[in-house]
Design a protein around this ligand. Structure first.
Ligand SMILES: Nc1nc2c(ncn2[C@@H]2O[C@H](COP(=O)(O)OP(=O)(O)OP(=O)(O)O)[C@@H](O)[C@H]2O)c(=O)[nH]1
Ligand SMILES: [Mg+2]
Length: 221
């Protein structure tokens, strides 16, 4: 069948959302086949994400993991991560296809963990296993309308710079309550990328999630 344009419906260009969905599914299939656990980190500028990521990489490296990073438009991250962690930037807007393109030249570590630093990129499915939102006590405990979607879609929320909580008088209870109002199930971690406080719990969650992901891959229901 064709409409007035004479173009069969199946031959039309996909809407960007559908196109991203397809690319994300392809990424997911690839990650499952290669046993790569993929975590994306979204955050507002200055949340301490680079510091958090570097410390997280060091902790996972010490636990014997193979790691890689795709930094969206975050060149500072490339300079900061340990030299033996493979890093690259995504060539254009951070969507699922950009991730697939980055993986052509920088394959994800087989059986390892790949972090994607999303920054403030729009909330798109990249094919990741876990979506994490990083916020900091230097920001507001109220969630902006824009941020609400991000928090609602997160598997975990990391409240960073917890070493400054009393200095800045930040209300961590209010933040957690606000997160819960849009997302009752997300894990919430309070950490300091500077001092390492809270890292045991956060890094253990990453490891446990990775193990669960592989177990789920090995025995699909
Ligand atoms: N007190 C404290 N400061 C931190 C912590 N983490 C990062 N910082 C400081 O916060 C500033 C920003 O840190 P980055 O790690 O570059 O943060 P970012 O979110 O990657 O920043 P951009 O990529 O520039 O948006 C730096 O001055 C860090 O030293 C923390 O846990 N506690
Ligand atoms: Mg950064």
């Amino acid at each position: 069948m064709s409409d007035d344009s004479g173009v069969p419906p199946g031959a039309r260009a996909l809407e960007p959302e559908a196109k991203n969905h397809l690319a994300a599914e392809l990424n997911r299939t690839r990650f499952a086949a290669e046993g790569t656990f993929v975590v994306s980190l979204g955050s507002a500028p200055g949340s301490g994400t680079t510091t958090l990521l570097v410390r997280t990489l060091e902790a996972l490296k010490a636990r014997g993991q193979t790691l890689a990073v795709i930094a969206g438009d975050q060149p500072a991250t490339l300079a900061a991560v340990p030299a033996d962690v493979a890093t690259t930037t995504a060539s254009r807007g951070l969507d699922a296809e950009a991730i697939a393109q980055a993986l052509v030249t920088h394959p994800a570590p087989l059986g390892g963990t790949l972090f994607i630093e999303r920054g403030e990129s729009p909330r798109l499915d990249l094919g990741e296993a876990k979506r994490v939102v990083v916020t900091a006590v230097s920001e507001s405990s109220e969630l902006s309308i824009k941020a609400r979607d991000e928090f609602a879609a997160a598997d975990a929320v990391v409240l960073n710079k917890i070493d400054l909580v009393s200095t800045l008088g930040f209300d961590a209870v209010a933040l957690e309550r606000n997160v819960r109002s849009v997302n009752p199930t997300a894990r919430v971690f309070q950490v300091s990328g500077r001092t390492g406080a809270g890292f045991d719990e956060w890094v253990s969650w990453l490891e446990e999630s990775r193990t669960r992901e592989f177990t789920a891959m090995a025995s699909p229901v």
